[in-house]
Ligand binder design. Structure first.
Ligand code: 2NE
Length: 275
């Protein structure tokens, strides 16, 4: 694939090709653990994807380490800079800004695919959980470590995980902190597809290209609808925002604005009503 750089960053790569924006965590030395800067850069890149007309699908992945047999998608928060109150950024302030990234992924009105090329552990596991689809290579390993290393994600990392694999399995994953193979992940409904390592990008692109043949507005509405059921009032707000977007396309909505500007009473009755 002819990936072209979209924007330069320090800890991620952001490239695009054939309507797909690919965001790669580029810290293979640390199994692609994220710092506040990595996360800030991922947020910046996904915000770019939101507004870019030529990006229809977003892929998250981890950089492969040419010196290692074992690869990583993401090993979660960088433990070297975990301070008191969160992960300490270059400004010395502790934070957990990966939660902001999770929300961005869910509310992006375009499909987001996790292309899991190796370890998806801790916050790195949650990252794939919040993506719309996960395609994993056969060597991928999945698991949470929070209760082993003094952390947890009781938000999407727990409740949305339980929607994927069920309550019993989600509790097992969090309470025991075991590791699961790609095949086990597939069997429990945690991932959509497993392919050989050397076919991972091809398989991911194949699905991304199929999704681009589908109606973008339809995908946007379905994603908002699936989210709304789970996300309470915030989810309904997203879905309703999409309904408002579509309403603004109608002549009936235009009539309201026109009448206001023309200082007359609106005539909404002239438009058809649907059963
Ligand atoms: C990922 C895993 C299982 C890989 O194991 P292995 O044996 O293949 O590699 P190794 O030797 O552990 O790691 C290679 C190098 O990467 C560093 C290691 O310290 C090691 O460095 P050196 O010894 O060569 O100097 N490394 C790996 N993961 C790191 C990390 N997360 N932070 C900093 N350095 C890391 C294995 O490495 C592993 O289990 N990693 C830790 C996974 C983990 O516990 N992550 C944090 C969970 S908490 C979290 O992410 C979180 C949350 O719970 C809630 C909200 C937000 C975040």
């Amino acid at each position: 694939y002819d990936w072209k750089p979209v924007k330069e960053y320090r800890e991620i790569l952001f490239e695009s090709c054939q309507g797909v924006g690919k965001i790669t965590i580029n810290r293979p030395r640390y199994r692609n653990a994220f710092t506040p800067l990595t996360v800030q850069e991922m947020i910046d890149a996904i915000d770019h994807c939101r507004y870019a007309n030529d990006i229809n699908v977003v892929v998250f992945t981890g950089a492969n380490d040419p010196n290692e047999a074992r690869q990583a998608f993401c090993s979660g928060g960088d433990q070297n800079i975990k301070g008191v109150g969160g992960y300490v950024g270059e400004d010395g302030v502790p934070r957990l800004n990966v939660l902001d990234l999770q929300k961005r992924i869910r509310s992006l009105p375009k499909p987001v695919v996790a292309m899991v090329n190796g370890y998806a552990i801790g916050g790195g596991h949650v990252l794939h959980v919040v993506c719309d689809l996960t395609i994993a290579s056969e060597n991928a390993i999945f698991g949470q470590t929070g209760p082993k290393v003094g952390s947890f994600d009781g938000g999407f990392g727990s409740s949305y995980l339980a929607r994927h694999v069920g309550q019993k399995k989600a509790r097992e994953i969090w309470f025991l902190c075991l590791q699961y193979s790609a095949q086990e992940a597939l069997d429990m409904g945690l991932v959509n597809k497993v392919v050989p390592f050397d076919q991972l990008e091809e398989a991911t692109m194949e699905w991304c290209l199929i999704m681009q043949q589908r109606s973008p507005l339809a995908l946007r509405m379905v994603k908002a609808g699936l989210n709304a059921e789970l996300d309470g009032q915030a989810g309904i707000q997203e879905l309703a925002g999409n309904a408002t977007l579509l309403y603004y396309f109608t002549e009936e909505a235009q009539e309201g604005k026109k009448a206001f500007l023309e200082k007359r009473a609106p005539d909404f009755q002239q438009y058809p009503k649907f059963p």
